[in-house]
Design a protein around this ligand. Structure first.
Ligand code: NAD
Ligand SMILES: O=C[C@H](O)CS(=O)(=O)O
Length: 484
C-alpha cells in the first residue's frame, strides 16, 4: 500500500481535534527532494486562523492539566505504541518529504518515540519540595505546575524527533501545545497528530498548523495566551524569536545552530576515530546541528587519519533514500547545495587541498558527493560557519592547548567530540570545551535520557533527560504559618 493511502497521511492542519484547510484555501506544495515530485499540499494557514487555534488550545489546556499525571502518562504510552506500530510507514513518509535514507528515517521514528516513552514516565515524577521552616511556626512547600499554553516551531532536518522532543514534555507536564513544523517537512508532523488523535489525546491538547514561519511565528510570540515558546532551528531565527518573545515574557527554549569541533589526539584509537568522524559528519547528509563541522587531527596522525577517512568516505553510497543501499540522501534544497559549494570554493581559494568529492555541479541537482578538504585553516569560512552538508574540512594541530583554543573560537557551543585514551586528558578537555554536549570516543551522543542543548549562540534550555520537564513547568512556593 502507498504511504499516501495510510490513515496517518494528512494534508490539513489539526486544530482542536479537527482537520481543517486554511480559511482562504491557500496551500503550499510539499516536494520530494530526491525526485522533485510534488507529493502533497498543506494549508498556508493565515494569522487569523491561528488566533482561533490559540483560544481553543488554551481552553483545552485548562482541562488537560486537571487530568491526573497517570491519565496523561497512559495516553502518551498509547501514542508511543501507535507510532512504533506504524514505524515503517512513518519512516517512508519522512524519507519522501526530507530525503534521508530509509534506515535513518526508521531510526528517527524510534528516537522520536523514545521521547514520548521517556516523558510518559517522567509525567508521574513531577515532584516539588518541602522546606525547612523559614521560621519557628512556618512551613514551606514547593509544587511544580504546568507553564500553560505552549508553542513549538521546528526545523526540517528531523521532522519527527524535533517535535516529540517538545510535545512529549509539554503534554506530560499538563500543557497544551501548538506546533508549527517546517514547510519543507510537514507530513511527519501531521502524521504524528493523526496518531495522537487515534491514541485518545483530547481535542485541542495537541495542534499542528502549517504555514509561513515569520507570519505564524509573529502570532505565537505576540499573543499573551501563549506562555512558552520552544524553537529549534537556525541561530538567526532563534535570535529573532527570543526578542519577540520578550513582549509577554514568554518562557523560552532555543536549540540552535552548531559548529562542532571533532578532535583526534595523538593517543586516539585511529579506527574508532575514523568511524566516529564518518558517523558524526555524514549522518543525514551532514544536515544535523551536532555534525562534526571541523575535524582537528594531531600532526602525528594526520596523514594516516586522512588516508583512512578518505577510504571510508569514498565508500558511502549517494542515492534516493528509498533505495536500501543508499547512505547519503539529497540535500533539502538548492540553497543548501549553494552554501556547501561556497564553503568549498572559499577553502580551495585559501589553500585547502581537495582529497575527495568537490563542489556540486548544476547537473547534480540536490545530490552532493561526500567531500574532504585537507590543510584547512582558521582563515576559511568552513572554520566559522555551520556547513550543514557532507563536507569535512580537516585541520592539523600540534598541542592540546592550541586545539582547545581553536575549538572554542566560535560563537556556537552545541556539541564537541574528541578521541583519546588518556583519562586525565578526557576530564581536562571535556571541562574546557565551551559546549553543552561532549562526545568522548564516540560521534553519536543523542538520547532521550540526555539533556540536549547548547550554550552561547547555540541556544538555551535543555530537552530530554530528567531536566526536560523544567522547560514546561513553573515552581510555586507555598508558605504556611501554624498556630503558635
Ligand atoms: N540545536 C538543535 O537541536 C537543532 C536541531 C535541528 C536544526 N537546528 C538548526 O536549524 C538550522 C536548519 O534548520 P532550518 O533551516 O529549518 O532553520 P530555520 O530557522 O530556517 O527554520 C526553522 C523553523 O523556523 C521557522 N521560521 C523561519 N523563520 C522564522 C521566523 N522569522 N519566525 C518564526 N519562525 C520562523 C521555519 O518555518 C521552520 O519551521 C540549522 O542551523 C541547524 O543547526 C538545530
Ligand atoms: O539536528 C539536530 C538534532 O537534534 C540532531 S539529533 O538527532 O538530536 O542528534
Amino acid at each position: 500500500m502507498s504511504v499516501f493511502n495510510a490513515s496517518f497521511f494528512r494534508q490539513q492542519c489539526y486544530i482542536n481535534g479537527h482537520w481543517v484547510d486554511a480559511s482562504d484555501q491557500q496551500v503550499a506544495d510539499v516536494v520530494d527532494p530526491a525526485s522533485a515530485e510534488i507529493i502533497a499540499q498543506v494549508p498556508m494557514l493565515p494569522a487569523k486562523d491561528l488566533e482561533g487555534c490559540i483560544v481553543s488550545a488554551e481552553q483545552a489546556g485548562q482541562q488537560w492539566k486537571q487530568q491526573s499525571a497517570t491519565q496523561r502518562s497512559q495516553l502518551l504510552k498509547k501514542w508511543h505504541q501507535l507510532i512504533l506500530e506504524n514505524q515503517a510507514g512513518l519512516a517512508e513518509l519522512m524519507t519522501r518529504e526530507q530525503g534521508k535514507p530509509l534506515s535513518e528515517a526508521i531510526g528517527e521514528i524510534a528516537y522520536a518515540a523514545s521521547y514520548i516513552e521517556w516523558f510518559a514516565e517522567e509525567a508521574v515524577r513531577m515532584h516539588g519540595d518541602t522546606l525547612t521552616g523559614p521560621g519557628q511556626h512556618k512551613r514551606g512547600l514547593v509544587i511544580r505546575q504546568p507553564v500553560g499554553l505552549c508553542a513549538a516551531i521546528t526545523p526540517w532536518n528531523f521532522p519527527a524527533a524535533m517535535l516529540t522532543r517538545k510535545i512529549a514534555p509539554a503534554l506530560a507536564a499538563g500543557c497544551s501545545i501548538i506546533v508549527k513544523p517546517a514547510l519543507e517537512t510537514p507530513l511527519s508532523a501531521l502524521a504524528l497528530a493523526a496518531l495522537a488523535d487515534e491514541a485518545g489525546i483530547p481535542a485541542g491538547v495537541l495542534n499542528v498548523v502549517t504555514g509561513d514561519g515569520p507570519a505564524l511565528g509573529k502570532v505565537l510570540t505576540q499573543n499573551e495566551r501563549v506562555r512558552k515558546l520552544s524553537f529549534t532551528g537556525s541561530t538567526q531565527t532563534g535570535s529573532l524569536l527570543m526578542a519577540a518573545s520578550a513582549r509577554h515574557v514568554q518562557k523560552i527554549s532555543l536549540e540552535l545552530g552548531g559548529n562542532a569541533p571533532f578532535i583526534v589526539f595523538a593517543d586516539a584509537d585511529l579506527e574508532r576515530a575514523v568511524q566516529g568522524a564518518i558517523d558524526s559528519k555524514f549522518r543525514n547528509a551532514g544536515q544535523t546541528c551536532v555534525c562534526a563541522n571541523r575535524i582537528y587531527v594531531h600532526e602525528s596522525l594526520y596523514d594516516a587519519f586522512l588516508q583512512r577517512f578518505q577510504q571510508a568516505t569514498q565508500q558511502l553510497i549517494v542515492g534516493n533514500g528509498l533505495l536500501p543501499e543508499s547512505q547519503i540522501g539529497p540535500l533539502i534544497n538548492q540553497q543548501a547545495v549553494h552554501k556547501v559549494n561556497q564553503q568549498i570554493e572559499d577553502a580551495l581559494a585559501k589553500g585547502a587541498r581537495l582529497v575527495c568529492g568537490g563542489p556540486a555541479s548544476a547537473s547534480d541537482g540536490l545530490w552532493f558527493t561526500p567531500t574532504i578538504l585537507a590543510d584547512a585553516t582558521s582563515a576559511m569560512r568552513c572554520a566559522h560557519e555551520e556547513t550543514f552538508g557532507p563536507m569535512a574540512p580537516v585541520f592539523k594541530f600540534t598541542d592540546e592547548h592550541e586545539v582547545i583554543s581553536q575549538a572554542n573560537a566560535t560563537p556556537f557551543g552545541l556539541a564537541a567530540y574528541f578521541y583519546t585514551q588518556n583519562i586525565d586528558r578526557m576530564w581536562r578537555v571535556a571541562e574546557q570545551l565551551e559546549v553543552g554536549m561532549v562526545g568522548v570516543n564516540t560521534g553519536i551522543i543523542s538520547s532521550a535520557s540526555a539533556p540536549f542543548g547548547g550554550i552561547k549562540s547555540s541556544g538555551t534550555g535543555r530537552e530530554g533527560s530528567r531536566f526536560g520537564l523544567d522547560e514546561y513547568t513553573e515552581l510555586k512556593y507555598i508558605c504556611l504559618e501554624l498556630e503558635a
